[in-house]
Design a protein around this ligand. Sequence first.
Ligand code: GLA
Length: 379
Amino acid sequence: MHEFERIFGAKAEDLFTAGGRVNIIGEHVDYCGGKVFPAALNLRCNVYGKKRGGNTVRMAFKGIDGVVEIDTRNLDNYRHLKIGNYQAGVAYFLQKQGVEIVGCDLYYDCTVPFGSGLSSSAAIEVATAVTFCEYAGVPYDKVELAKLSQKAENEYAGVNCGIMDQFASAMGKKDHAVLLDCATLSYEYVPLELGKYAMVVANCNKPHSLVESKYNERRGEVEQALQIIRKVKNITCLAELTLQDFEEVKDLLPEVIAKRCQHVVGECDRVQRAVSALKKGDIPTLGALLNASHASLRDLYEVTGKELDALSGVAREHPACLGSRMIGGGFGGCTISIVEKSAVQEFIRYVDEGYEKAVGYKASFYETSIEDGVTVTKL
Ligand code: GLA
């Protein structure tokens, strides 16, 4: 018997899913109006559901005992929940937009590892938003659901993230990465064709700590950079600054702020170059840009830490690896590496051993594929 039936006493009728994501390149630039290049994964938030009607949403979670209940007449009251707050936030903002939140039973089976930097929270938000819209019987636009999910994370769960994760989770396309302009939300799908290479995703398994406060601190620093630069340059976001512009204004900035700004400007430039390299099938250049991205996140943006540096560093030592970098917010979580397909198993063994030697505990490696963002299935 499926867990859903055991818990709720009837069979699930629908399956709504949204992907976790990797980001090929373009890190810590989404909230600066830059371009990012993420893709949705086979690691996903799966929501099994049955519409019931009434005012109660009941939620159960794989691996966690008990059922969380949400009263749809009091959706503002669940900000404190440790589990279920993302769902409540999504319901709260949908309801504000006039969507009727219909009582239902939901079972969450999230295969995106929590705290891995693969955006389990975005996957949960987006899958939940789709669930509620489907049960309300209203048409929805996936880009709008991504924006609403980000709003729920910012204003309900209190994490000041950009739009990248929710957008990728909702709009991802099988075997493609999304080149997303975060200033305008215009986007283009680019086939993620790596030829004789594969992408390996590894988790450094660092226990979560201080990630959110450090993230918000970086956002404050780039905001400060923008304020100062706007006194001399007519720009609306930091991503508009060219490398040449940066040279002109860098002396106006305090040292640390200048480093943060240099990362953003350099990373935006790398995104362009990485996408054109990929389109030409020039995977070695893409790999070199991944390495440069990691170095910039380490030395200028300072969001890596010894675990991510060790994991990508050991990866880079291996002759079959073209490039490796941390992805997501940083301070823990995952790396991606581009590795010759024929040597993937041997690469994983090498990195596994070298990483454990360096930090004293093991990394995890995931079998990933690039999939569609949202899926809706009648069971
Ligand atoms: C987290 C945030 C994203 C983005 C990345 C860094 O994943 O949720 O919005 O800022 O960090 O690129």
